[in-house]
Design a protein around this ligand. Sequence first.
Ligand SMILES: [Zn+2]
Ligand SMILES: [Zn+2]
Length: 124
Amino acid sequence: MTTLTGSCKCGNVRVALRGNPVRIGICHCTDCRQESGSAFTFFAVWPAAEFESQGETREFAGRRFCPNCGSRLFSANEDEAEIKLGILTEAPTPLAPTYELWIKRREKWLRPIEGAEQYLEDRT
Ligand SMILES: [Zn+2]
Ligand SMILES: [Zn+2]
C-alpha cells in the first residue's frame, strides 16, 4: 500500500495518508477562495483511519492550519479527512481530480478538467 506524506511550509505539522483516497476534487467556492487566497482548492478525502497528523494545528470553521506558518492543511472528523493536496511532498502529485465543485465561481480563464464531473454548486 502506498503512503503519501506532506507538511506545512515550516515543517511543524506533518501528515501521512495510506492507500488511495475515496475521492479527489477541485473547489472554486467563495470559502475555498478566501481561505486559500487562491482561485480554487485541490483536495482529496481519505477514510479517517488512513490519515495521521503530527504537530500542533489550529482550526477555523473546521479547517485546520499551522499556527506558526499559516499553511492550510486539512479538515478531519471521525469518519473522513479532507487534505489540501498542495501540502504533499510529491509535486506534481499522483492524483487527479474526479470532480469540480462550484464551477459557477470558476475563473473565466480556467477550463473544465476533462473527464471530471462538473457541479454548479456543492456535490448532489
Ligand atoms: Zn507550519
Ligand atoms: Zn469550496
